[in-house]
Design a protein around this ligand. Sequence first.
Ligand code: CUA
Length: 328
Amino acid sequence: MVKQENPAYGAWLLPWALAACDGPQSALDPAGHEAGLVAHLFWVMLVASGVIWLLVMGIAFYAARGRHTPWQPRRAGRFILVCGAIVPTLALAALLVFGLRLMPGLRAAGEGLRVAVQGEQFWWRVRYELPDGRAFATANEIRLPVGSRTEFLLTAQDVIHSFWVPNLGGKMDLIPGTTNRLVLEPTRTGTFRGVCAEFCGASHARMAFSVTVMEPSEFEAWAAAQIRPAAVGPVTGPGEGAALFLARGCAACHTVRGTGAAGRIGPDLTHLGGRETLAAGILPNTVANIDRFIRETREIKPGARMPSFGMLPEHESAAIAAWLGSLR
Ligand code: CUA
């Protein structure tokens, strides 16, 4: 006996399917010109493949009923030629041309702002080059002005990573020894989630970032604040976080502009306290989490180049965390 399909089954699934269509990490909820092209291409391909699927199923159903009189070999041969070769070739060629026509838009020039992103195991080194020649470094959080085309220069330092902000555009690989170019034009403000889209090691899934799209005036103010060195008080007594940061070797890998710390291996921490998250988008940025990350780096992020500093006396890591959290 044939089991009856429950018609409510599909309806039950629908809200789940639709829930995946918007939000801060969805290619189907475009917040940028390039993502709009990708979403448009997706829907056209979906409808076209749906129509082709219905046609093929219709023909298969017709054939399976088997009540028609068999065709003459010549008629059957013509049918196979038209429906098996000519129609698919024309349909696929039309879809190919449609897809290729969207591509030059992805390669157009930027409007002056450049953001160089270097993939690292497992975080994002970000360097801004403003149109007026000013530059600054940050990590894991990108901010962009709405309505203008920003050029991304993408490379990697160790293995291949991939830069993907689904709401803003298609993904692009970061490859050691080469620089890939991507231009993104956000069309509305908001914060969107980006991920590494190429397996790159133990903490590949812990390599996220955010892109906050701002009004141009807000972006200008943010960039001006980022260019300034950290607002650090004088590095006094040995119990102070700043002094401990230098004394315990943190400065060998990290830069905090405005202090003696000028390491180049790890992320620039100059304005760490002003970031939303820690450790490439995996922990909310609180002093307690900074302390935890210092002590349990490799438990939180397996494969990270930074060792866990659980051997530090607790009051020392707490002081370093409090100081880093104050850097805005
Ligand atoms: Cu970096 Cu996956």
